[in-house]
Design a protein around this ligand. Structure first.
Ligand code: SR1
Ligand code: MG
Length: 417
């Protein structure tokens, strides 16, 4: 029960988890464990356990928002949603997430495979590293998890049961609803921004059409229950090595619009790109790396589109756009028109979500290290001002921006302003 819950510490962990057979078989007896607390996220405790035979990750939810403190309670049940989302992602895109070893609902903890030599993608990008096939693999992950979690693929009863299950993730949705879609657009109590951005902030908050558009996007997030989302798919939710890419941390999982995860991911690559003046060692290195980051952004979409198209043609077994509707000589044509229209709608949503994600990482509570690690405040403000302008342009032009080349041209234009 919830009253049995106790937050782990490095000292208490061996006694608390040492009796788990599966864990001791994989990493060795608890007497030899070395425990390191490594969590640097906004919400949870994360430990690496190293034993004589191997290593494991233990992730435990805290009953409050770690970033803010006990004044902001947050239910432990988010761990349940994370565990169930990881299970579904593993089934829908095998090999895309860490292997799950154990889940304890009362303790809100998940024990999983320790990924090594992986690092958090965001840290790799700040260090200027390139990873082959990055955008392609993440686009594929989006297509597989988002298509296979939707009415395009699932049996209607299973999808509705899942929708009901994940509808309980209320408090984490509430964070997204406020922090992403509303707070950046007014003087919310927890907002903060870099000094020097005042004029850009005033411009943004004076843009009525932008505020309305953000609310349209919020309505899409709350009411377009198209698929099971990761819900927080930024570059801190991806782990990479030279040879492997894994997605972690789906505690914000909820049913929502297919474009949400894709837009958030593209936003984080675009922010990594616009933060480069604060990290690259030379103008030459900067522009080469920025071009690579833009190509990754485009690859997320093109790979999503290609894999979604394959799944549409080969795995469309759900209640939507059934082949039986078009069982005449024009079947192929009708299905392809429908697919194109659906992808168009996902693209437009993704661009809008991309824009609000950029805004909230610069104006809201939860900033990202890409900008935060730029020590020169004036330089950081200049990078962030360009990103804010890009976010605004994306939201305003989401219905007219015709494809990835138009997106890259826009980002490149903003980058030189
Ligand atoms: C209060 S939580 C702030 C942010 O951290 C998480 O990683 C999500 O991105 C959330 O919006
Ligand atoms: Mg997270």
């Amino acid at each position: 029960s919830a009253s049995d819950y106790a937050a782990l510490t490095p000292g208490s962990l061996p006694a608390r988890l040492g009796g788990l057979d599966l864990l001791t078989r994989r990493i060795g007896p608890a007497e030899g464990w070395q425990v390191e607390e490594v969590g640097d996220g906004n919400l949870n405790l994360v430990f690496i356990l190293r034993g004589s035979l191997g290593a494991a990750i233990v992730k435990q939810a805290l009953p409050y928002v770690r970033l803010v403190g006990e004044s902001w309670p947050l239910p432990l049940k988010r761990s349940f949603f994370e565990y169930h989302a990881l299970q579904r992602q593993a089934a829908r895109d095998p090999g895309s997430v860490p292997e799950l070893w154990h889940f304890d609902e009362a303790q809100a903890l998940i024990v999983m495979e320790y990924l090594s030599p992986h690092i958090i993608l965001r840290h790799g990008l700040i260090a200027g590293k390139r990873y082959g096939g990055l955008g392609e693999r993440l686009g594929q992950f989006c297509a597989r998890t988002l298509f296979r979690g939707s009415d395009l693929s699932m049996k209607a009863a299973e999808k509705k049961a899942d929708l009901a299950l994940f509808a309980g993730n209320i408090e984490l949705c509430d964070i997204t609803e406020n922090l992403v879609f509303s707070d950046p657009y007014f003087e919310a109590a927890l907002n903060r921004h870099t000094p020097g951005l005042e004029a850009a902030v005033a411009r943004l908050r004076g843009d009525l059409a932008l505020k309305v558009a953000a609310q349209h996007l919020k309505m899409a997030f709350t009411s377009q229950a198209e698929t099971l989302l990761h819900g927080d798919l930024h570059t801190g939710s991806v782990m990479v090595s030279e040879r492997d890419i894994r997605v972690i941390d789906p505690e914000f999982a909820t049913y929502g619009p297919i474009g949400f995860d894709i837009g958030m991911l593209m936003a984080n690559f675009l922010m990594a790109c616009l933060a480069q003046p604060g990290h690259a060692e030379s103008p030459g290195a900067r522009s080469g790396y920025q071009s690579w980051l833009l190509s990754v952004t485009a690859a997320v979409w093109t790979s999503f589109e290609a894999e979604f198209t394959r799944l549409w043609r080969e795995e469309r077994q759900g209640i939507l756009y059934q082949a039986t509707l078009y069982e005449d000589q024009r079947h192929g044509l009708a299905s392809e028109i429908a697919r194109g229209e659906r992808l168009g709608a996902i693209w437009r949503d993704a661009l809008g979500f991309c824009g609000v994600e950029i805004h909230r990482r610069i104006l809201g509570l939860a900033h990202n290290a890409d900008f935060e690690r730029i020590d020169d405040v004036a330089l950081r403000a200049a990078c962030e001002a360009r990103a804010l302008a890009l976010g605004t342009a994306l939201i305003h032009s989401r219905h007219t921006l015709s494809g990835t080349q138009a997106l890259l041209d826009l980002a490149a234009r903003v980058n030189t302003e």
